[in-house]
Design a protein around this ligand. Structure first.
Ligand code: DX5
Ligand code: ZN
Length: 233
């Protein structure tokens, strides 16, 4: 997973058919997504439970691109090995998941996978300042984590810009996660995000038998973001 600042679309399989994860991963990749975003939730850190490392292992053979694992769990450390073993390319932990986030990121990096840090809407941009040498990605939550299909939090656009400033020229991706649609993708791209997670905006209206809807949705989100990012240059 090498760094590049161009716009990447990472559909979240939280919005896909839970009885058909393998086929859904294959479908979104065939329809042009860049990464597959996997939302792991423990019912403790967030008020919802989804799936764990075994499910990640099961879908790994269907993912040719990047398996981007978003851990909405606390604690994180006891489970890092299992997600590495499951084949995660990138593991993102929440900065709010415990008092020793620096150690968590060290542990992820020591396993040879990319490390991301996720910030809930209430967490300030400055909290990443002492972690810049350890991270490959910052995930700005643009909803409160736990569910798909929520409304985009416009208050987070300013935070994306602040993070863009803090990162400077470092090869660190800025990911946004929650409420990303063709309407909101230009706002986040303009602010400096380059990895856009989208669940409902990609999967709604489509199915493994109607995958062209996925392709159309991915293209709409991507082109709206690229047009906005182009205007920046
Ligand atoms: C929320 C998850 C998001 C969510 C995105 O806790 O981290 O990835 O699935 O879903 P949409 O795009 O529908 O807001
Ligand atoms: Zn997510």
């Amino acid at each position: 997973m090498s760094f590049s600042s161009n716009i990447k679309i990472a559909p979240s399989i939280l919005a896909s058919d839970f009885s058909n994860f393998g086929a859904e991963c294959k479908a979104i990749e065939a329809e042009g997504c860049d990464w597959v975003h996997v939302d792991v939730m423990d019912g403790h850190f967030v008020p919802n439970i989804t799936f764990g490392s075994q499910m990640c292992k099961a879908i790994r053979p269907y993912i040719k691109t990047i398996m981007d694992v978003h851990l909405m769990i606390a604690p994180v450390d006891p489970f890092i090995d299992a997600f590495v073993e499951a084949g995660a390319d990138l593991i993102t932990a929440h900065i709010e998941s415990g008092p020793h986030i620096h150690r968590t990121l060290q542990a992820i990096k020591s396993c040879g996978v990319k490390a991301g840090i996720a910030l809930n809407p209430g967490t300030p941009a400055a909290s990443i300042i002492n972690l810049l040498d350890l991270i490959d990605l910052v995930c700005v939550m643009t909803v409160n984590p736990g569910f798909g299909g929520q409304q985009f939090l416009h208050s987070q656009v300013k935070k994306i810009k602040e993070i863009r400033e803090i990162i400077g020229g470092r090869e660190i991706n800025i990911q946004v996660d929650g409420g990303i649609t063709r309407e909101t993708s230009p706002l986040v791209a303009e602010a400096g995000a380059n990895v856009l997670v989208a669940g409902s905006a990609v999967f709604n209206g489509g199915s493994v038998d109607k995958t062209d809807v996925y392709g159309k949705n991915i293209k709409l989100i991507r082109s709206a973001a690229e047009d906005a990012a182009k205007a920046l240059r």
